[in-house]
Design a protein around this ligand. Sequence first.
Ligand SMILES: *Cc1c(COP(=O)(O)O)cnc(C)c1O
Length: 244
Amino acid sequence: MASVADNLARVSARIRDAAVRSGREARDVRLVLVTKTIEPERVREAVAAGQRDLGENKVQEGRGKAEALAGDAVRWTMIGHLQSNKVKDVLRFAEEVQSLDRLSLTATLDKRLQHLGRGLDVLVQVNTSDEASKYGLHPDEVAAFLKELAAFNSLRPRGFMTLARFTPNIAEVRRCFRVLRDIRDRAMDDAPQGEALRHLSMGMSGDYEIAIEEGATIVRVGQAVFGPRPLPDSHYWPGAAGVG
Ligand SMILES: *Cc1c(COP(=O)(O)O)cnc(C)c1O
């Protein structure tokens, strides 16, 4: 098996190529390396190869890994469904939450952040595949949500996140990404946060190049760097039938 550093270099090259294909530069696309199920020692190989931006799907695992890598210059992002009772724990390690999907969570995060005297970058998660099993706001709910979000001073909304439908049908995957891009474009014109909402977090190991072609500014990639995960994806997203 190729080393973590080799895989990281290959993924980075593909990100760069896809960015150039879509009229942008490599630095316009940020790679969040997803480290779920990966032991800290292997994560450290990626850090040694220059990767700083790490993402976890579950709070407890993220917190443990952040403690194991304390001292390394890394930045943690929460990308998985977040329960309100885990807010205190997530804020111990994450500098960004990409899975903001409801007002009650927003209020709980803001309250805790006010107490801590700090801010948090957030992305609004949208369900673009119309699967009942997926988390995220329905596209029609986004505009109203952004208006409410403007009242919470400690949150810095930066854009949107989605998971495309799990399907080999590339046209359908692209459709999901375009739904998110259209939401972003409209929000930049109409929402109170305006231009700040320019980020699109979309694309994983199987579809990150397509996502970049459709405008992704952030991709979340795990298996393409660390190899296949033993646990099925249904462990991470209810309804995902072990694809990937
Ligand atoms: C696991 C995960 C990813 C990365 O998936 P890979 O198949 O490992 O690239 C991206 N986004 C979320 C929300 C995840 O949980």
